[in-house]
Design a protein around this ligand. Sequence first.
Ligand SMILES: C[S@@+](CC[C@H](N)C(=O)[O-])C[C@H]1O[C@@H](n2cnc3c(N)ncnc32)[C@H](O)[C@@H]1O
Length: 370
Amino acid sequence: MPSNDKLHRAKKQKNDEFYTQYADIEKEINAYLEYNPDVFKDKTILLPCDDPEWSNFTKYFAQNFERFGLKKLISTSYAADSKPKGIPYQPTLFETKDPKYDKTKTRKHGKIFVLERDTNKDKKINIEDLEWNYLKGDGDFQSEEVTKLRDEADFIITNPPFSLFKEFFKWVVDSGKHFCIIGNLNSVTYKEVFPCIKGNRLWMGATCFNGGATYFIADPALYEPEKMSNPKHAYIKDGKFYWRVNGIRWLTNVDHGRRHQPIPLMTMSDNIKFSRHKEIKNHEYQKYDNYDALEVSHVDAIPSDYKDVIGVPISYLDKHCPEQFGIVGCSDNGLIEQKYKKPHFKRHNEPYLNGKKVYKRIFIKHKEPK
Ligand SMILES: C[S@@+](CC[C@H](N)C(=O)[O-])C[C@H]1O[C@@H](n2cnc3c(N)ncnc32)[C@H](O)[C@@H]1O
């Protein structure tokens, strides 16, 4: 790999060492349980990027093992030596307390943590009963041994490394299992991701991280305000470094109630009369220069009585109800059928309106009443 690429990769990898807050996990998982209280009953969950010393995913599911009726919880971690240099590392409590702890192995090998029985005989199954061992390799999710664990599991849940999002997404989807992972909203238009959204095999989670932004937690040694694009978006509290990231979403194929609630909408003429958006009120709706679709820049201004294709911002997906609208395509990568591309226009990778580029769009169409 050329040294510039290596540097770029190392920089990206540093952004992998951030951890999800317990409350964010709890809110999302609660929504699945509200919809189906038995969703995890007798199921095996794999958390493939999760060292219990750091991961709130492992803590959350281990603490709720009995309440959810889980069969087995597996959490795997990634070896210290495989992480970029400069990532602080101490051996975890789990290891050092245990006679199998081996200083050399611990830097080179990933670990597996399993919870399925009451090991300490206190008549409860919880985090105290986690059993651990070294993996053969470094715990890379794509390795044969972690892929085997994936195939054994019913659910794959985690916040994966940001630098490997596409690879991770493919790995999860290829398994055909239920999953719930954290990613960036922009990823929905990737050519690897969008077909799943269009095919109703993937959707946004039930909770939207406080308007789409959340604070991830990291080791304070990683705090370099001068290197952050916005230093105001980070702070240190109680020995932890909190880093604000925008545009974060849950991506899942686990069903929940929010996605079955249709968006309340007005007719086109009522929008023109009453819309709270100045670009809609007293204006005609317009079609794109390059797509046979109506531009609607606000989700609440989608006309209830327009039967053809409508272009909306990608944040529409937070409110998408598959019984109300079908997803027809998206502007990125030309991921829309030829028949909706106006042939006189050469470019179909981004939407144009009156000769000006507008931000990327998802194209939707009202479902025909059954
Ligand atoms: C964004 S962090 C999230 C950690 C944890 N899942 C959480 O949400 O708190 C991603 C984690 O994946 C680990 N990781 C990086 N590359 C990996 C790989 N190839 N296989 C497995 N884990 C990896 C990183 O070391 C990091 O701990």
